[in-house]
Write a protein that binds this ligand. Structure first.
Ligand code: HPA
Ligand code: ZN
Length: 326
């Protein structure tokens, strides 16, 4: 129908995509074979069949297993390039990609291999696909702050190759306060700041992300509606939320898409956006997230325009770039 065509065709930004979460089973098996890595799954189909999650942790276990096939610069390039081809098909013109260096450095893959492979794909996406992309380094919150500080030290020689830092992995029991010092150092370095908060965790974690980490944007943030004072703060300060509807359903944050609170977030004046999170695991890239959410929540053309506008407003593009995008 016409709304679906409009959603597919409209230029958009994607601000919440874990590049390791774009690794499709076919590519996992291809890389396992060429790198001599053995997988605990017999086939692409067996791996895909394991994608039945009950919460965030049940997903993370499989997500980290999938990432174990990434060893060389070419692997990181190929993974990101495959994402960029999908992004172009969905009319994404600006993308900010999360990457999890600790998932790789813990396995002995040098930080340089990770960032150089991703950076090459970012450069080629600009040249050949016309996609403006940048990288955001995420710290794994189930690990210690000292490990995050060591990762930031390793990243310093490559500071020109990523624009900011974020915080991901298991949220419950790992509040933002645990990472106060490493985010203070990131701010001192002039990096942009985001954090996952209020996906499974309480509104207190969103307050902490804002007040302790200095987050400029909240990843997920769907639990904010439980706290009216927090909603007022997010609206007043125009703090964007990077919402990932299909992810929220797969990880059982909401029972069904029809019960998702995206429409209410928008109605309350929050700068909410639609994103894919880990598209290879959650059943769809960004346009699939738009299409299914619009259908389930009966959203209209006005919502479509607002969400696309929000995606550019919420991005870390320069003021001049935003002017052209909007
Ligand atoms: N939440 C937390 N950590 C993650 C996610 C997520 O949705 N995806 C990849 N790492
Ligand atoms: Zn995420």
């Amino acid at each position: 129908d016409r709304l679906a065509d409009f959603l597919r065709g409209m230029p958009k930004a994607e601000l919440h995509i874990h590049i390791e979460g774009s690794l499709e089973p076919e590519l996992i098996f291809q890389m396992a074979q060429r790198n001599g890595v053995s997988l605990p799954y017999a086939s692409v189909e067996a791996l895909r069949a394991a994608y039945a999650f009950t919460n965030l942790q049940s997903f993370l276990d499989i997500y980290y297993a999938g990432a174990s096939v990434l060893l060389t610069e070419v692997d990181f390039f190929d993974m990101a390039w495959a994402y960029f081809l999908r992004a172009r098909a969905d009319n994404v013109i600006h993308a900010e990609l999360f990457f999890d260096p600790q998932t790789h450095t813990m396995r002995g893959v040098p930080f340089a291999v990770v960032i150089n492979g991703l950076h090459r794909a970012v450069e080629r996406a600009r040249q050949e696909l016309g996609i403006r992309a940048s990288l955001i380094l995420c710290f794994l919150r189930h690990l210690s702050e000292d490990e995050a500080l060591a990762t930031l030290e390793e990243a310093k020689p490559y500071i020109g190759r990523f624009i900011g830092v974020g915080l991901d992995s298991g949220e419950l029991g790992n509040p933002p306060e645990k990472f106060a010092r490493v985010f203070a150092e990131a701010r001192r370095l002039g990096l942009r700041i985001v954090a996952h908060a209020g996906e499974e965790g309480p509104p207190a974690y969103i307050w902490g992300a804002l007040d302790v980490l200095g987050a400029e944007r909240i990843d997920h943030g769907v639990q904010a509606l439980k706290d009216p004072a927090l909603v007022e703060r997010l609206v007043r300060e125009h703090i964007p939320l990077t919402v990932c509807p299909l992810s929220n359903i797969k990880l059982c944050v909401f029972p069904t898409l029809a019960q998702h609170n995206l429409r209410e977030l928008l109605d309350r004046g929050l700068v909410a956006t639609i994103n894919s999170d880990d598209p290879a695991y959650f059943g769809g890239y960004i346009n699939q997230n738009y299409l299914e959410t619009f259908q389930a929540l009966q959203l209209n053309l006005g919502h479509a325009r607002r969400l696309a506008e929000n995606s550019f407003v919420a991005s870390f593009a320069s003021a001049e770039e935003k002017c052209r995008d909007l």
